[in-house]
Design a protein around this ligand. Structure first.
Ligand SMILES: Cc1cc2nc3c(=O)[nH]c(=O)nc-3n(C[C@H](O)[C@H](O)[C@H](O)COP(=O)(O)OP(=O)(O)OC[C@H]3O[C@@H](n4cnc5c(N)ncnc54)[C@H](O)[C@@H]3O)c2cc1C
Length: 402
């Protein structure tokens, strides 16, 4: 291995929303920052529905205030469409609607804007470069060993290392923070970008049912001008023997009683497949001088699969904490304290709702009944990661009598 050490205040692995937000913040605050991204550009393949709650909704879901929302507030500038409602469709076509203001954003432009600004403010961006190992020694992690595609390995030394490398975080694994996923804790998704959508563009649609989205949901998210993100998720224990993720998505598009009508003229322009971690946040999101941010830390509001807002808020918290830590004003562990004080509640509530759903999702009739009997106010609360007291008190009875 050729040793060609460089020294940084902060080494960030991954230039998704989480890494981009950390880099923007540390570069702005004057830290010597490097971002390592294995792909040829940030967001080379956008693996996201690009649904972003409007600011009013963000503050309903995450009401704790703090000086960590500035990058999230910028997302509105990258919106391509505004949606006003969420439609939830049961396995047999029963529909419930909830008023919910949101944007559909051009995520590639948004993340590339954050990374570009970080670079303008002095950060280094290493593309086509993969973190292959942490260099552990002394008091903590001295740096990361990276390998450029077709090139040599190199060590990037850093005072602080940030793992923003997604659900399968190699930084978390090497930093002894990784929690392996149980079968129920990972949603596998497949999504198409399609054109020629025939439905209303101000509604974001979610569909449940064993035939199309076993253990998760399928979605149609309008990006504007007839373009949509159409996808589905599955969890293994709910998938029927012999069925596949691909089969579920094809069936959804071709055979779903309502969706197939809206999609009958739609043509596929792109496809992606990826995982969403739905097991809740990790117990430990810092280890020595290493922090985990975004999917790497399990910071997802899991019952709706919302990972962008938490990743970007946590990225800003991480950037600010690292800066104060290097100035000698605060311990690095403050990162975990702060993000938990702001986001732990909605993340935990999302997990609670997912676990309630686990007991219903295997049975389409139960799922339909649940959607029919739940009061509008309760449904609205649950969409916003709040648990109505009646649900908390009677959850075991509800799941039994359905
Ligand atoms: C199909 C799908 C739809 C979704 N829809 C929505 C939605 O509509 N709204 C929402 O809020 N959330 C949505 N999510 C969740 C959201 O996309 C994630 O929570 C979010 O991307 C997390 O950001 P991140 O930066 O933590 O991780 P990622 O976006 O996964 O970014 C990690 C980055 O690290 C890089 N990387 C990984 N390993 C290495 C390595 N060893 N070396 C160098 N680089 C590395 C990767 O290439 C990647 O660029 C969706 C997820 C999926 C899969």
């Amino acid at each position: 291995m050729i040793r060609n050490d460089s020294f940084y205040d902060v080494v960030i692995v991954g230039a998704g929303p989480a890494g981009a937000a950390v880099a923007f913040t540390t570069a702005k605050l004057g830290l010597k920052t490097v971002i390592v991204e294995q792909m040829p550009e940030p967001e080379h393949r956008v693996r996201c529905g690009e649904f972003m709650p409007g600011l009013e909704e963000i503050f309903r879901i995450i009401p704790e205030k703090g000086d960590f929302f500035s990058l999230l507030l910028e997302s509105e500038r990258f919106s391509t469409n505004i949606t006003r409602e969420i439609s939830l469709v049961s396995p047999f076509g029963y529909e419930r609607r909830v008023n919910f203001g949101a944007y559909v954003i051009d995520r590639r432009r948004y993340v590339q804007w954050m990374v570009g600004k970080a670079v303008d403010m002095g950060a280094e961006l290493l593309l086509n470069t993969r973190c292959v190992q942490l260099e552990i020694g002394g008091e903590g992690v001295r740096g990361v060993v990276v390998k450029r595609k077709g090139g040599d390995q190199k060590v990037l030394k850093g005072n602080v290392i940030v793992g923003a490398d997604g659900a399968d975080s190699s930084v978390a694994k090497q930093g002894s923070m990784f929690r392996s996923y149980g079968d129920l804790d990972l949603v596998t998704t497949r999504q198409y970008v399609m054109e020629n959508f025939l439905g209303d563009e101000d509604v974001c649609r979610m569909y449940i049912g064993q035939d199309y989205s076993p253990g998760a949901y399928a979605w149609i998210i309008p990006k504007g001008e007839g373009t949509i993100n159409v996808g589905t998720g599955i969890r293994k224990p709910y998938l029927r023997s012999g069925d596949t993720l691909r089969g579920c998505l094809q069936r959804f598009i071709k055979d779903h009683p309502q969706a197939s009508n809206l999609l009958k003229d739609a043509t596929v322009k792109g496809v992606i497949s990826a995982h969403v971690p739905v097991g809740g946040s990790l117990e430990k999101t810092f280890w020595k001088n290493v922090l985990l941010v975004g999917d790497a830390a399990g910071q997802v509001i899991v019952h709706v699969g919302a990972g962008m807002p938490p990743a970007i808020i946590a990225g800003e918290i991480a950037g600010q904490t690292i800066t104060k830590y290097l100035e000698g004003n605060t311990p690095l562990s403050d990162y975990e304290k702060i993000w938990k004080s702001i986001m732990q509640k909605p993340i935990k509530n999302g997990l609670y709702i997912r676990k309630l759903w686990d007991k219903i999702a295997h049975n389409d009739k139960k799922a339909e009944k649940f959607l029919k009997i739940i009061r509008q106010g309760m449904l609205e609360k649950m969409i916003r990661a709040k648990i109505p007291i009646t649900v908390r008190l009677f959850a075991p009875i509800i799941t039994k009598i359905l």
